[in-house]
Design a protein around this ligand. Sequence first.
Ligand code: TYM
Length: 333
Amino acid sequence: MAEQEKKTVLSGIQPSGSPTLGNYVGALKNWKLLQTDDRLCYYCVANLHALTVRQDPADLRRRAGETVALLLACGIDPEKSVLFVQSHVHEHAELNWVLCCNTYMGELSRMTQFKDKSAKHADNINAGLFTYPVLMAGDILLYQSDLVPVGADQKQHIEIARDIAIRFNNAYGETFKIPEGFIPQFGARVMSLQDPSMKMSKSDPNPNGFVAIMDDPSVIMKKFKRAVTDSDTFIAFDPENKPGVSNLLSIYTSFTGLTMDEAVKHFDGLGYGSLKAEVAEAVIAGLEPVQNEYKKILSDKAYLEKIMSDGAEKASAQARKTLRKVYRKVGLA
Ligand code: TYM
């Protein structure tokens, strides 16, 4: 298929903390599946975004490479997809400024993630935290993306990216493609194992709340065995009344490929103990190849460097084109 007929996919992940089962089920697993011949995928390690929270410089630098290794281990194929680190493509920061000048304070102050993060980091409510969705809109729009695979927590950010693109096109003439979000039916919001009313998050201070992709099998089993369920005794998918059990079922379907009906039928008559153990076993089996591959890739520093520099070069070629167009439209070039 000719390059220009392909649909463009773009997504990103921050290189902060230990990536979790939430990242895997809500996003990374789908990134792999979207790599078909009729699509060109760009996957980026969003290290500029990570700066909105204070970072240790050496850790941030190291984690960019580790996250690239993780994406490779999750099945991102550098022959098919463009895998790159955001800060290696300077057009992201440049487009960000132009888009900031076309985004309203009012729309940014409605972002729930800004409200949550400023409550969490009350001592560091920086301007970057506020304009974070504009940087993300730039990531998406630079590559003229059609599709953005993300978990449900990023839905509002996709909507604002669309709004910014539509506004820009109306003001300056056709410049950006209007992207669509791609959010899975189940697993778009993997919940904490300790408090199923909260999203599973790598920044959870309670390590039993999240499963890290790199957790040892024995740790994964222990965390699932401790998962909070409810005081009923039957297994049903009912996120409102049985959020803990429904969360486990969603994870199970994601790892086994069963439909929700098939999964519920499978556990018919069984207790919560069996559910927890079987979910843990499915997760352990599904993550094992990712864990093994990650260790292998990480030990080959030269390979990793090459992937990053090739990725940056390919991403820059497209990013440069869009930025040049934007600069011409607004009168900067
Ligand atoms: P980040 O790094 O927080 O998460 C990466 C991806 O994982 C998804 N995710 C989840 N999905 C289901 N359940 C969960 N508990 C869960 N936790 C995280 C997120 O929805 C996301 O898809 N701003 C983005 C990174 C980014 C980006 C982009 C995404 C930067 N530029 C451009 C898309 C397009 C973020 O912080 O994701």
